[in-house]
Design a protein around this ligand. Structure first.
Ligand code: GTP
Ligand code: MG
Length: 206
């Protein structure tokens, strides 16, 4: 997919404030600091469309970007950020889960996980929660530039093995680096194909 336009639309503190759900929407989710905002920028070939930071907890609102005037890309706050109070963490979790459960036009969630780590309980729990609630998702490994190719393969395989303990079928898996701008094209290809399907089948979200 060629990105002709990528515009910031708005930041919302709750799902009710998000833009009208009239276009297909794809959202990036994952632990704080995993690289959600960076990958959005890399895919959009834009340096600072989404705000990034070395300090976890940068993205605290639901951020909507309108792409090619045809679909929304959404940058969500990270979950599991340890260095905020318990009540604030709960508020973030509520914001995220309410958005996911109520957003009518949400077509797919991209769950980002750091390619360097073994499966983390918090990510597995989140993925299970998606399953229990029938939320379609894909897994996106981030920061692949920090690893040697053979280590990436091993880590991805380990992840799949972990998922297969509870899932019959594996979701789509992408390996990406925002730094090297790799893997984002595959995600865009998936989004383009899905958008075409929705259009051909005249799917509306109301
Ligand atoms: P929150 O908004 O806090 O939830 O974080 P986020 O998931 O949006 O992460 P963000 O994109 O802000 O990136 C966090 C840090 O990781 C920054 O210092 C980025 O430069 C770094 N980073 C992100 N993606 C990559 C990558 O592909 N490779 C490398 N080497 N660093 C990355
Ligand atoms: Mg962010």
């Amino acid at each position: 997919m060629v990105i002709k336009t990528a515009e910031f639309v708005k930041s919302s503190a709750k799902w009710q404030e998000c833009p009208e759900p009239v276009l297909p929407e794809y959202a990036f989710i994952g632990r704080s600091n995993v690289g959600k905002s960076s990958l959005i920028n890399a895919m959009m070939n834009h340096k600072d469309l989404a705000k990034t930071s070395g300090t976890p907890g940068k993205t605290q609102l639901i951020n909507h970007f309108l792409i090619n005037e045809a679909w929304y890309l959404t940058d969500l706050p990270g979950y599991g950020y340890a260095r905020v109070s318990k009540s604030l963490r709960k508020d973030f979790e509520k914001l995220i889960t309410n958005y996911i459960l109520n957003r009518k036009n949400l077509v797919n969630l991209f769950v980002l996980v750091d390619a360097r780590h073994t499966p983390q309980a918090i990510d597995i729990e989140f993925i299970e929660w998606c399953g229990e609630n029938g939320i379609p998702f894909s897994i996106v490994f981030t920061k692949a530039d920090k690893l040697k190719p053979n280590v990436i393969i091993t880590n991805v395989e380990n992840y799949k093995t972990e998922l297969l303990k509870t899932w019959e079928d594996l979701p789509e898996v992408y390996v990406t680096s925002a730094e090297k701008k790799t893997g984002g094209d595959e995600i865009l290809k998936f989004i383009a194909t899905t958008n075409d399907f929705l259009k051909q089948n005249a799917v509306s979200f109301d």
